[in-house]
Write a protein that binds this ligand. Structure first.
Ligand code: DWN
Ligand code: ZN
Length: 408
């Protein structure tokens, strides 16, 4: 496969410095039809670096988007915590939109890139009766969204496609990109494309895992090839400006282990209270925090390697992308973990990349009666604990891997 080895920062062309070398890993979402196929997948270097000039944290090996996202196994789950997050986010969008546009009737249109199965657009539709459009590159996922009645085009959003999208669908005053900016090698080009599709009064909402939470939470499992960049406010403020967008608000949320939501407009203007200044201050020691993160990650991996023996039969809970990073940095994970449990029907019956562990349903997992679950979907800990009371009542344990392994 064509991979690109980056020696300069994707945001500013500055020099890259290595933070954490996780060796090699297969693509985290390349679940395979047989265990043999899963174990024979190619492995690519997985190194987290940061730019010593703008501090953008990023991988130095880029896998082409077509390879990563033309067919996708991840479907946004209909989880209660996610729906609560959407409700809160949509109210924040309403107030920032009002401030930027001066209109209190809400946006007139909404375009979402990387819209997956349309879960967020459905929540938007419940709030505002406006035209919506999802842009999603994975054909199999577009089909799911279309069946739910969410208008979705199968396309990669970027400078190559934006003009055609504008001529077919028009511009928009609300553009949403949730958990997909990290997926792009050409970050600058995509931000310039957003500035192009956005109306003069428009607002762009960009949500991603917040690198400060990733670092402070010891979430080294968030490092995988789909995540080209790890977002902080400092480098993004500058990059947004260079692409014709002004950062107006930097909100944070505890969802998925901690996210940052950047609200940017074409019109310059005041930031919403002191959110941006606060974030910049909070990020001030990032280079030191990166060093500490790398040290803690190595300690955590060593602890897991030791701690997973002697717990009886272990299944992993969640056939997550991050779970695959975690299991592939361990030695002999396939002999430590029997099955991976996941509620997504399209993942069930497939085998995890690298380890070749089979994905089974939650119903089947109850019959298999493991002694412990390695909680790789730790971002849904509450929901998963609630549906597994019987398991814990009979003495079953959850191994929470991060920031340091512990039993719950
Ligand atoms: O950025 C990304 C995030 C948002 O989603 C992507 N690059 C890929 C993906 O990462 P992930 O696979 O680590 O995502 P999640 O959201 O942690 O995946 C949770 C998994 O757990 C899903 O496959 C569904 C499953 N699940 C389950 O089996 N039982 C989820 C819940 C809530 C449950 O009760
Ligand atoms: Zn840089």
């Amino acid at each position: 496969m064509r991979t690109y080895h980056r020696t300069k920062c994707r945001a500013c062309d500055g020099p890259l410095r290595l933070v954490l070398d996780l060796g090699h890993s297969p693509l985290a979402n390349s679940l395979s039809a047989t265990p043999e196929e899963a174990r024979a997948l190619p492995w690519y270097p997985l190194r987290m670096c940061y730019c010593t000039s703008c501090w953008m944290v990023q991988l130095d090996v880029a896998i082409p988007s077509e390879e990563l996202f033309s067919h996708y196994v991840y479907e946004t789950p209909a989880a209660a915590s996610l729906h609560l997050h959407y409700e809160h986010l949509i109210e924040t969008i309403a107030s920032v939109y009002e401030r930027v546009s001066g209109s209190d009737v809400g946006p007139k249109r909404c375009v979402e890139m990387g819209s997956n199965n349309g879960e967020f657009l459905v929540a938007m539709r419940n709030r505002w009766d406006i035209p919506l459009l999802g842009i999603e590159p994975a054909r199999n996922i577009v089909d799911i969204a279309s069946k739910r009645g969410v208008p979705t085009v199968c396309e990669f959003f970027g400078l190559d496609t934006v003009d055609e999208l504008i001529s077919t669908f028009g511009t928009t005053d609300l553009f949403v990109a949730r958990h997909c900016m990290a997926h792009l090698d050409d970050l600058r080009g995509t931000l310039c494309a957003i500035a192009k599709i956005l109306d003069e009064d428009g607002v762009a909402v960009i949500e991603n895992a917040y690198v400060m939470n990733t670092l402070r939470g010891g979430q080294f499992d968030q490092i995988y090839h789909e995540h080209h960049s790890y977002f902080a406010v400092r480098p993004m403020k500058r990059l947004l400006e260079e692409c014709g967008l002004h950062l107006r608000y930097a909100a944070t949320s505890p969802i998925h282990g901690g996210t940052v939501v950047l609200f940017a407009s074409k019109k310059p203007g005041d930031t919403v209270h002191d959110s941006v200044a606060r974030a910049l201050l909070d990020e001030g020691m990032m280079p030191r925090e990166l060093e500490a993160f790398a040290f803690r990650a190595k300690t955590c991996i060593a602890g897991l390697q030791r701690g997973l023996t002697g717990l009886g039969t272990i299944d992993s809970y969640g056939a997550t992308a991050k779970g695959n990073t975690l299991m592939n940095v361990l030695t002999g994970a396939k002999s430590l973990v029997r099955y991976a449990v996941d509620s997504t029907p399209s993942k069930q019956g497939l085998f995890l990349p690298g380890t070749g562990i089979e994905v089974i349903s939650e119903e089947r997992a109850r019959e298999e009666r493991p002694d412990a679950y390695l909680l790789t979907a730790w971002n849904y800990a509450e929901e998963i604990a609630a549906k597994n009371r019987e398991f814990t009542d009979r003495g079953g344990k959850f191994v929470v891997p991060l920031p340091f392994p512990r039993l719950a």
